[in-house]
Design a protein around this ligand. Sequence first.
Ligand code: HEC
Length: 143
Amino acid sequence: MRRGTTTLILVGLALATSGQSCDDSEDISHAGEDLFATHCSRCHGMDARGAGPEAATLPTRPTDLTRLARSYGTPLPYAELADLIDGRGEEHGGRVMPAFGDRFFADRPEDPKHEETKRIAIGLILGYLDTLQESPGDGRDDA
Ligand code: HEC
């Protein structure tokens, strides 16, 4: 099986169920967890706290992603964070974190849904990270 196929199936599943009721949010969170494990955990760690196996080899410590809500507030600003993870908009160098916009599904650039699939994959990961946020307070219900 080609690499990336499982991921695409998961993304497809999540897409297929995303219009349905909240019972499906479990599945979507699992798809995001799977993507995170594959692409992010080597630096950020499976618990997302920044201590993955490669963290010590990097010049900058990977961000503790359980604290995104503290830095960015709740609900998390998905569009802003998706752009950060995509990384292609950043002209200046110096970032340690790879630009995933160049990497996700790079083995199938011919796919006409390429950009859409990337965006969905990043969205799924953010959905998973959302479930890991330390509670920054109880502002969420007031909005
Ligand atoms: C090669 C190691 C590495 C990998 C792989 C990696 N990151 Fe990072 N990440 C970093 C580092 C280091 C930083 C700190 C900022 C910097 O120097 O780039 C960071 C920062 C971040 C930030 C914080 C941005 C901010 O400024 O607040 C987010 C969000 C993030 N990473 C998400 C992810 C996600 C999601 C993935 C998987 C798709 C991922 N990272 C994969 C190393 C990595």
